[in-house]
Design a binder for this molecule. Structure first.
Ligand code: NDP
Ligand SMILES: O=C1O[C@H](COP(=O)(O)O)[C@@H](O)[C@H](O)[C@H]1O
Length: 467
């Protein structure tokens, strides 16, 4: 474990990501690995002031300890809180950026782009002009770029600033335990591996319905929408791990080669019929009143931003030909549903004389909390000739680290295994581009759903949460 003095310079430090996920994730890392030496410098347009920033860091890090009590922070995390500082300024401006970089004195600098993608690109242009400090690591949040062309240009730009091994394209779903557990579950036992193909699997669903709504993020989200925000990045990465061929090892090269290969085989067959979009209207989630999406501050209704997207992807290879992968993610839904569901085919023949078989077997992998459930047809309890489904549940060993703790640990250790390689970032754009084009041309209607509901009427993926 490196004990070099590392400075994490967070650009976009007053945004949602920094407080809600990044800082709490770092707190879990420092709790588990207190010998790390880290200084955090926050930078953003808004002039928060040192006290407000330090309070934010303290509150966010304490939140990771579950009790909100800052007194519980370990010595390393407390040191990070005590030494952190904040700089207000525009990181897209070369002069301000240079001054910001010169104010940092450390052995190693990680520049974390917690910024909307178009702003990240402008900062990279400024960085190309002023130059990055020797050995600096660029950690760039998803979505990487705003389109396929943009991602290609951004790849070329960042590779001019630092070598590829100093570029970490972040996708924190690759730090989710359930997602990492897919590798062990698929490749380290003899039970599932032989069933993992088109002969046994009829359909795969990767679902990420959230109860959170816009949460003041219009500046980023209203130009992104659910497809770019969740499907283009996170859910395609999960698809890749569900679908990859067995790699020889799980080192960065083998794993990322396998991910690249499967993404290259993936496509949306018909962008007008295989993808749907919708936007929430006012409603209630628990005891929370949620306004109409278009009434939220900073939203421009004319952009037609979707808050729920569903896309069916096919993987054109021997293993998966004909198997639909349905990816869906929505905001302001009535219930959290964050899972991958593997639907198995019907058996070729069920002996005559059995009754009651009415649903196919399935494996449900729940993200957060990490668990799995196998819904397996078995003999009925009261009557052995009337079949029913038994549910076998298991906990998947959750780690000590939150996903952003995992991601940051891999950055600090220089291990790119949990980062997205340049080609994969581009492939993900290539897969969704036909859908983005069809939506831009208004070839697919923008449906509506009530905040707190299950989704627009008639969408098959609305189904009750499977557990
Ligand atoms: N929030 C989340 O749950 C997650 C977000 N992400 C990714 O993180 C990125 C940021 O998202 P999020 O935090 O939600 O968005 P926010 O809009 O909450 O935060 C972005 C921040 O960047 C600031 N900013 C804009 N322009 C500049 C600039 N020129 N110089 C310095 N700071 C600037 C914004 O300031 P101002 O508000 O004043 O414009 C704002 O504080 C996105 O790429 C998103 O995909 C990834 C995983 C989870
Ligand atoms: O990247 C993002 O992810 C979050 C969901 O991740 P989680 O770890 O908070 O479950 C999503 O809410 C956000 O819109 C998106 O930008």
């Amino acid at each position: 474990m490196a004990a070099d003095r590392t400075t994490l310079l967070i650009l976009g430090a007053s945004g949602d990501l920094t407080s809600r996920l990044l800082l709490p994730g770092i707190a879990t890392l420092l709790r588990a690995q207190p010998r790390r030496s880290l200084e955090i410098v926050g930078a953003d347009l808004r002039d928060l002031g040192q006290d407000e920033w330090r309070n934010r860091v303290q509150t966010a890090m304490a939140a990771a300890h579950g009790d909100g009590d800052a007194g519980e922070l370990g010595a390393t995390a407390q040191h990070v809180v005590d030494t952190t500082r904040y700089v207000a300024g525009d990181a897209t401006d070369p002069t301000s950026l240079q001054a910001l970089l010169e104010s940092v004195d450390c052995d190693r600098l990680v520049i974390y782009f917690a910024l909307p993608p178009h702003v990240s690109r402008m900062v990279c242009e400024a960085l190309a002009e002023v130059g990055a400090p020797d050995g600096a690591i660029l950690a760039i949040e998803k979505p990487f770029g705003s389109s396929l062309d943009d991602a290609r240009e951004l790849n070329a730009l960042v590779q001019r600033i630092v070598p590829e091994d100093q570029i970490f394209r972040i996708d924190h779903f690759l730090g989710l335990y359930t997602v990492l557990n897919l590798l062990g579950m698929r490749f380290a036992n003899r039970i599932l591996a032989p069933l993992w193909d088109r002969d046994s699997i009829a359909k795969v669903e990767i679902l990420y319905d959230e109860t959170v709504a816009l949460e003041g993020r219009a500046g980023y989200y209203d130009t992104a929408g659910a497809l770019r925000d969740m499907i283009q990045s996170h859910l395609l990465q999960v698809l890749a791990l569900v679908a990859i061929e067995p790699p020889a090892s799980i080192d960065a090269r083998d794993l990322r080669d396998a991910i690249g290969q499967v993404l290259r085989a993936a496509r949306v067959v018909d962008a007008t019929t295989d993808a749907r979009r919708a936007r929430y209207t006012a409603g209630t989630i628990g005891d929370r009143e949620v306004p109409d999406y278009v009434a939220e501050e900073g939203v421009d209704a004319k952009r037609g931003t979707e808050t729920l997207a569903e896309v069916t992807v096919h993987v054109d290879n021997q293993r998966w030909a004909g198997v639909p992968f349905v990816l869906r993610s929505g905001k302001a839904m009535g219930h959290i549903r964050k899972q991958a569901v593997i639907h198995f085919r019907e058996p070729a023949h069920v002996p005559r004389g059995f009754g009651g078989r009415n649903s196919a077997d399935r494996l449900v992998l729940d993200f957060r909390p990490d668990s799995f459930a196998i819904h397996l047809t078995t003999n009925g309890k009261g009557d052995p000739f009337t079949l029913e489904q038994s549910v076998l549940r298991g906990e998947l060993g959750g780690g000590q680290l939150e996903p952003y703790g995992e991601v940051l640990a891999s950055i600090l250790d220089g291990d790119p295994r949990l980062a997205v390689r340049a080609d994969a970032a581009e492939e993900c754009w290539r897969i969704v581009e036909p859908v983005l084009r069809a939506w831009k041309r208004d070839e697919v209607p923008l449906a509506e759903y009530r905040a707190g509901g299950v989704g627009p009427r008639g969408w098959r993926s609305n189904g009750a949460a499977t557990d």
